[in-house]
Design a protein around this ligand. Structure first.
Ligand SMILES: Nc1ncnc2c1ncn2[C@@H]1O[C@H](COP(=O)(O)OP(=O)(O)OP(=O)(O)O)[C@@H](O)[C@H]1O
Length: 319
């Protein structure tokens, strides 16, 4: 069941404002603004080369945007006033009684994961293939363990604080492996898992960092229909039971339309549509972008599609 409220306007966790990314003469992202609702599953869709991965790379600190502000409000009560103050201050983030706010465009990728709480997966799976499944999830919690060791030799000596943190990290890993049906593969090298299982492992590895925002780049790519259904269930579980906001890039419209509370459509680095699944899939501009027709031809295309499918033009396929 999709939610009825519009968290992206009422309670955003991420606000991307006037984002521009240029590579030499190429404008990959052109003055793009959008909000991601707290506790929502938000999909970023668009034809190949529209700029989706570039947006992810800016949000997660892999690229430094040419222009624009990317604000993450960890707390619901973080005020606009606090955001203005932080912007003026030149600092990367502020954690005060007015809420915790992070300006991601000022932070490095490492700090974005570690301090702001944004985790991501990649289009191409990037597990540590030679490590076991369990080790992959423990490595993801390395920072927590380092903190528990007080950045001293305490960890090596097995002092109680560190031992407790290590046990907790293992419990977290085991819990997630159980959730994605991989507990019986815990001691196998990650590279030995079938493709769909590696995708699930990547997602839970990102979750082991305790993110508030999880960014997934094409999580359904290469999955069979049963695995796509399982992915839908996992993402809804993450949203509903862990309160993690999810931002995903996805070409599989079966997944996008089924689970997204909110969809943003890009074309040539600009936003062409933004709203609920129902609103976006009936938007003539979206149909035109995907089918590569001129605006004036959209009505004809839409009519043809509706005649052919009997109902809606874009749901269920791979745009
Ligand atoms: N590091 C880079 N250097 C130069 N150009 C880049 C770089 N990264 C992306 N681009 C260009 O920016 C544009 C947007 O690319 P991007 O990968 O963000 O699109 P996308 O919507 O994610 O595409 P796809 O769906 O095919 O993954 C493309 O023209 C791409 O060639």
């Amino acid at each position: 069941m999709l939610k009825q409220n519009r968290n992206w306007t009422d309670n955003p966790i991420l606000s991307v404002e006037h984002l521009t990314m240029r590579f030499g003469g190429l404008v990959a992202i052109d003055d793009l603004s959008f909000d991601v609702g707290r506790g929502d599953i938000t999909a970023l869709i668009g034809p190949n080369g529209a700029g989706k991965t570039t947006v992810f790379n800016c949000v997660t600190g892999f690229y430094k945007p040419t222009e624009g502000r990317i604000a993450l409000r960890r707390d619901q009560h973080a005020t606009d006033e606090a955001l203005h103050e932080l912007t003026r201050s030149g600092r990367q983030y502020s954690e005060t009684d007015k809420g915790s706010i992070f300006l991601l465009e000022r932070m490095t990728d490492f700090r974005i994961t570690e301090v702001a709480g944004v985790a991501r997966t990649f289009q191409n799976i990037r597990l540590f293939g030679g490590m076991t499944v369990l080790e992959n999830l423990l490595v993801a919690q390395h920072n927590k363990l380092m903190r528990a060791s007080g950045l001293t030799i305490g960890g090596l000596l097995g002092l109680p604080g560190y031992r407790r943190a290590a046990d907790a990290a293992k419990d977290t890993a085991i819990e997630w492996l159980r959730r994605v049906d991989l507990l019986d593969r815990a001691d196998d090298p990650a590279a030995d898992l079938p493709y769909g299982a590696q995708r699930r492992l990547e997602i839970v590895r990102a979750l082991c960092t305790d993110p508030v925002l999880l960014c997934l780049d094409e999580p359904a790519a290469g999955l069979n229909p049963r695995e796509s259904t399982e992915l839908n269930t996992l993402l809804k579980y993450i949203r509903d039971e862990h309160g993690v906001s999810v931002l995903l890039i996805e070409h599989d419209m079966g997944v996008v339309m089924e689970i997204s509370d909110h969809i943003i459509v890009l074309d040539y680095g600009k936003k062409i549509s933004d709203g609920t699944a129902a609103a976006v899939r009936s938007d003539p501009k979206v149909i035109a972008a995907y089918l590569g027709v001129d605006d004036e031809e959209v009505d004809d295309v839409e009519r043809d599609l509706n005649v052919k499918t009997g109902h809606d033009a874009t749901a269920g396929g791979s745009l």
